[in-house]
Ligand binder design. Structure first.
Ligand SMILES: C[S@@+](CC[C@H](N)C(=O)[O-])C[C@H]1O[C@@H](n2cnc3c(N)ncnc32)[C@H](O)[C@@H]1O
Length: 201
C-alpha cells in the first residue's frame, strides 16, 4: 500500500522492486506514521536512543530516524539478504552516523552487544521472530538494555493470527509478571501493537 504522507515513501522508491511482495511484513504506512508522531510528541522528547529487533528493509528504523534529528537507532537483524543491505544503504545516506546494524540472532547478539558496549536505550521496538520463545526472550533481554521507565513497543499483538500469537502471549506474560506496565494498545488498519514501560528492573 502506498501513502504519500508515510515517512517511507522515499525508502520505498530506493528499494524499488524489492518492496513488491518480497519482504516479510514490513511496517505499514499507518504504523510508520504513528511511530513517527509518537516520537514527535513533546511528551516523548526524552526518547533519544532506540533499539529495534527486526530491521528488514528499514521501514520502522526510518520512521524513528525521520521523527527527530536527535534520535539514534541500533537495529538487531538476523538476515543478511539483499533487501537488508539495500535498506541499510538508504538509512546511512539519509541519516549519517545515526544508525547501527547488528547482524545475527537477537537472543545472542543483544546480550553480547550490551556486555561489550555497555549500551542503554530509552526505547525498544520488538518486531523480530514472532515465535513465543523469541518474543519473550527479546522482552526479557530488553531489561538489560532499556533504562528503568524506558519504553517497550511489542509489534503484532494479534492472538487470532498464527504469526501474532507468540508476541501476544509474550506481552501478556511480561505484563502479568510485573516487568512491564502496559500504557496503551494501538490498532491501525490490520495491525495492533502494545506500548509499555519497563518498571521492574
Ligand atoms: C516483520 S520483519 C521486521 C519489519 C521491520 N520492523 C520493518 O519496519 O520493516 C521481521 C524481521 O525480523 C528478522 N528476524 C526474525 N527472527 C529474528 C531473530 N531471531 N533475530 C533477529 N532478527 C530476526 C527477520 O529477518 C525480519 O527481517
Amino acid at each position: 500500500m502506498q501513502d504519500s504522507t508515510s515517512p517511507n515513501v522515499e525508502l520505498n522508491k530506493h528499494l524499488g522492486f524489492l518492496t513488491l511482495g518480497r519482504l516479510e511484513g514490513f511496517c505499514i504506512p499507518e504504523q510508520a506514521t504513528w511511530l513517527q508522531r509518537y516520537l514527535q510528541d513533546p511528551k516523548h522528547s526524552e526518547i533519544k536512543e532506540i533499539a529495534e529487533i527486526g530491521f528488514n528493509s528499514g521501514h520502522s528504523a526510518n520512521a524513528f530516524l525521520s521523527a527527530r534529528k536527535d534520535i539514534k537507532v541500533t537495529s538487531f537483524e538476523k538476515s543478511k539478504r539483499r533487501h537488508v543491505n539495500k535498506g541499510k544503504s538508504y538509512i546511512d545516506e539519509a541519516y549519517p552516523g545515526r544508525h547501527e546494524l547488528i547482524t545475527g540472532e537477537s537472543l545472542i547478539t543483544l546480550p553480547v552487544a550490551v556486555h561489550r558496549d555497555n549500551l542503554s536505550f530509552d526505547m525498544l521496538f520488538i518486531d523480530g521472530s514472532h515465535r513465543f520463545a523469541n518474543a519473550y526472550g527479546d522482552l526479557m533481554n530488553g531489561k538489560q538494555i532499556v533504562r528503568k521507565g524506558g519504553i517497550a513497543i511489542m509489534d503484532d499483538i494479534l492472538p487470532h493470527k498464527l504469526w501474532g500469537r507468540g508476541p501476544a502471549k509474550a506481552w501478556e506474560t511480561v505484563i502479568e509478571s510485573g516487568l512491564i506496565q502496559e500504557l496503551e494498545v494501538v490498532t491501525a488498519g490490520p495491525r495492533t501493537w502494545a506500548v509499555g514501560q519497563y518498571i521492574n528492573k
